[in-house]
Design a protein around this ligand. Structure first.
Ligand code: ZN
Length: 161
């Protein structure tokens, strides 16, 4: 974390694997993303690119995997008993499922389905991928003392208590 004053940044984004069609586009949901800087709320390479920009700025930035969702870890392929998967999910190779873990739900990719076990890739689906973002900054303002204390943004697009 840097010593820079914390800010609240609202922005629209689309993200694609480099050279591919966009995977997500915030305009499809209508509302820009609201984030508080300095709390690790978004991938580090994107936060680095957002900080210091002014409202109205539009730019593209490529974030290497190491500053996005990390490099792939080939050791993160595991055989998981079927009973750990949510009921009613029809498991097939390539499917991404939210698997409950002791660290909370996390997305895993199904590789192979056996009788009682499932081979899974526990890497984040975006791990190992360089990501191309197109950004439009909607608003930049100083974070309030309350937002800094809570560790999240309030107001439009932020947390409501
Ligand atoms: Zn709060």
């Amino acid at each position: 974390m840097s010593d820079a004053p914390q800010q609240v940044i609202r922005f629209h984004y689309s993200v694609a694997e480099v050279g591919q069609a966009p995977i997500e586009d915030s305009r499809k949901n209508g509302q820009p993303i609201t984030m508080l800087t300095g709390v690790g709320g978004i991938i580090p390479g994107l936060e680095k690119a957002l900080v210091g920009k002014a409202a109205g700025a539009r730019f593209e930035v490529t974030v290497p995997a190491a500053e996005a969702y990390g490099e792939r870890n080939e050791a993160a392929i595991q055989r998981v008993p079927k009973k750990h998967f949510p009921n009613g999910v029809s498991l097939r190779p390539g499917l991404t499922v939210m698997l409950p873990t002791q660290h909370g739900p996390r997305p895993v990719t199904v590789l192979k389905v056996g009788m009682s076990v499932v081979d899974c890739d526990l890497n984040h689906p975006m791990a190992g991928k360089d990501l191309a973002f197109a950004i439009e900054i909607v608003e930049v303002r100083a974070a309030s003392a309350e937002e800094i204390a809570h560790g999240h943004a309030h107001g439009e697009g932020g947390h409501h208590h």
